[in-house]
Design a protein around this ligand. Structure first.
Ligand SMILES: Cc1cc2nc3c(=O)[nH]c(=O)nc-3n(C[C@H](O)[C@H](O)[C@H](O)COP(=O)(O)OP(=O)(O)OC[C@H]3O[C@@H](n4cnc5c(N)ncnc54)[C@H](O)[C@@H]3O)c2cc1C
Ligand SMILES: *[C@@H]1O[C@H](CO)[C@@H](O)[C@H](O)[C@H]1NC(C)=O
Ligand SMILES: *[C@@H]1O[C@H](CO)[C@@H](O)[C@H](O)[C@H]1NC(C)=O
Ligand SMILES: *[C@@H]1O[C@H](CO)[C@@H](O)[C@H](O)[C@H]1NC(C)=O
Length: 545
């Protein structure tokens, strides 16, 4: 076996022998039998029924079930380490059983809801592990009268938007633009969408939750206590337990909202145009969200602004006429649409002219994925004209990696940085996403594309946050650090933990240490416990005495 498997999962490249061993060990059918027997004893469901939702590696459906919600093709290759088994619970008690029985079967758990983790952490590990696939726990209950909804983690953002729209044309929710994103990872990780300047993040609008803890207890907010409830609103659910539902606030949206998209090719005026955008995007009316995208295109680039305004076209045209005259926005550049139409258009700019129906938001698009790499950054100070010119040149030179600039401000400034684990509040102008996609499955291509994303990230160093250089947890990037669960687990966790959570990292560690001292709920970027000197061996012993 060679050492070169591309840059998938960074430092994992060197651990191939371990990976191979764990896969071989995984094929042991006794693990499946132990897990199933334990589940039968610990749930009220008959063994025959359970056996249909526990998939061992030799089950003919194993690969289909594994790949169904694996959204990054980098992590569905022959080289990718596989889980020993996959369990797709149908009810909350199955999740309780899974936590208890994973320990009996000596398996680590990787929890997957929508599978959008950019680094595949919800379905890939070099440890001996099982995937707890939450996709069937996907109910959504909308209560318009009380303006709340209860969502299970396997439901998608698109399903949520659709179910709200069925019941009310003047409510929405502040979450991801992409309709296939799973609510389990998205909400527990502090996900956001194009209404964050009006309403903040997903987690700013969560009022209750249910979680299965390390002992298999089912706890609501009252049962879990303020600390744990705080931690799972942005600290990533997977370090603390399995989220089985969130209760969220429905948010008021006008009957008509305004959308526009403005594209410019790169020329001598682009820097001034972008400077004009930079001056207003994070300080303008909080109902306005204007994403700037710099996307390479055949040896040049396009600078595109995509916008949502929670109000009418006349109002936004007049507002931007004053604040951003270089845009030259006219009413005919705008469309006044319903909120659900704006959701469809943000996902697919052709959706409205194609006459797509809101039902398209229910399409989970199973078994699709692309090869992709994402990274993130935060900008605190305006970038100079020379800076923008340097950025444009690098995007064009590298040729495949784009950058999205997502303005903050508005409601984001009003929420304290320690109100939730998500720390990037006031003082941040933009959050950046670096994105590169490719279709060539070769190791060589993987190397080339991930390398250019890193090069662009390096070009951006002078313009972004420092000490530490912060990152967005939902834009999982394995290059921010990896935990190997050894003697240095805490130190390793501190590296990525402070980038994602700033000074909230310490409180997350305290909560983690209190609720899961043996570090059962772990993954390659989980919150470490304070004294991480617990081997898997002692973990199992302690659970079985
Ligand atoms: C195409 C695409 C578009 C995206 N758009 C946006 C966007 O607009 N805004 C944004 O903020 N982010 C966006 N993201 C990132 C997205 O928010 C994160 O990847 C998020 O974690 C996805 O949640 P998931 O359930 O689909 O992912 P998963 O891969 O299933 O899970 C992600 C993480 O959460 C954990 N987890 C999942 N479910 C549970 C649970 N029930 N209990 C405890 N832990 C759990 C997993 O173990 C893993 O660590 C996008 C990603 C993709 C691929
Ligand atoms: C507005 O529309 C006109 C006509 O199609 C176009 O030339 C112009 O670039 C558009 N302006 C913006 C800001 O999109
Ligand atoms: C990778 O990059 C090298 C150097 O630029 C180039 O020669 C090679 O063709 C690229 N390979 C792929 C698969 O893109
Ligand atoms: C961790 O455990 C090992 C072996 O049990 C021991 O030698 C070491 O001193 C411990 N380290 C800490 C920091 O407790």
């Amino acid at each position: 076996m060679t050492m070169t498997v591309g840059n998938c999962f960074g430092s994992y490249v060197l651990l191939l022998t371990v990976i191979t061993l764990s896969v071989i060990e995984a094929a042991d059918p006794a693990v499946h039998d132990t897990f199933l027997k334990c589940l039968t004893e610990n749930t009220k469901t008959a063994s025959g029924e359970l056996s249909k939702i526990v998939f061992a590696q030799n089950n003919p459906s194993f690969t289909t079930v594994l790949q169904k919600f694996a959204r990054n093709k980098r992590f569905v290759t022959a080289m990718t380490p596989k889980p020993v088994l996959i369990f797709t619970p149908l009810e909350e008690s199955h999740v309780q059983g899974a936590v208890i029985c994973a320990k009996t079967a000596k398996l680590e758990i990787r929890i997957r809801s929508g599978g959008h983790d950019y680094a595949g952490i919800s379905y890939v590990s070099k440890q001996t592990f099982m995937v707890l696939d939450m996709s069937k726990l996907n109910a959504i209950t909308i209560d318009v009268k009380n303006e709340v909804a209860v969502v299970q983690p396997g439901a998608t953002t698109g399903e949520l938007y659709y179910r709200i729209w069925e019941k009310s044309k003047v409510h929405g929710f502040s979450s991801a633009v992409c309709p296939t994103v799973g609510l389990g990872g998205h909400i527990s990780g502090g996900g956001y969408g194009n209404m964050l300047r009006s309403f903040g993040l997903t987690v700013d609008n969560v009022i209750d939750a249910k979680i299965v803890d390390v002992k298999g207890n089912l706890l609501d907010k009252k049962g879990m206590g303020e600390d744990l409830f705080w931690a799972i609103r942005g600290g990533g659910g997977a370090s603390f337990g399995v989220v089985v539902s969130f209760t969220i606030k429905l948010l008021p949206v006008p009957e008509k909202v305004t959308i526009f998209r403005s594209e410019r090719s790169w020329d001598s005026k682009t820097a001034d145009f972008v400077l004009g955008w930079q001056k207003v995007a994070s300080v303008t009316d909080k109902r306005l969200f204007m994403r700037l995208m710099l996307l390479p295109e055949q040896k040049t680039l396009k600078a595109t602004i995509v916008a949502l305004f929670l109000g009418g076209a006349d109002e936004v045209v007049s507002l931007l006429g004053k604040e951003f005259p270089l845009l030259e926005l006219k009413k005919e550049n705008c469309s006044e649409v319903s909120w659900i139409e704006s959701v469809m258009w943000w996902n697919d700019p052709k959706s409205l002219e194609n006459g797509d129906k809101p039902e398209t938001l229910l399409d989970r698009k199973p078994n699709t994925g692309i090869f992709l790499k994402r990274k993130s950054d935060y900008v605190e100070k305006g970038i100079s004209k020379e800076g923008w010119e340097t950025i444009f040149k690098s995007v064009v030179e590298l040729g495949e990696t784009g950058i999205h600039f997502n303005p903050y401000g508005g409601k984001m400034d009003e929420i304290a940085p320690d109100a939730t684990p998500f720390p990037h509040r006031k003082g941040n102008m933009f959050k950046l996403q670096y994105n590169v996609n490719w279709v060539d499955p070769s190791i060589d291509a993987d190397k080339n594309y991930t390398k250019q994303a890193k090069k662009l990230f390096n070009v951006m160093t002078p313009y972004v946050s420092k000490n530490p250089r912060r990152a967005f947890f939902c834009y999982r990037d394995i290059n921010t650090g990896v935990n190997t669960f050894g003697q240095n687990s805490y130190k390793e966790g501190e590296v990525y933990g402070t980038k994602y959570f700033g000074s909230n990292f310490e409180r997350l560690v305290k909560v983690k240490t209190a609720v899961d001292p043996q570090n059962f709920f772990r993954n390659e970027q989980s919150i470490p416990v304070l004294n991480a000197n617990v081997s898997m061996h002692s973990l199992y012993i302690s659970y079985h005495v």
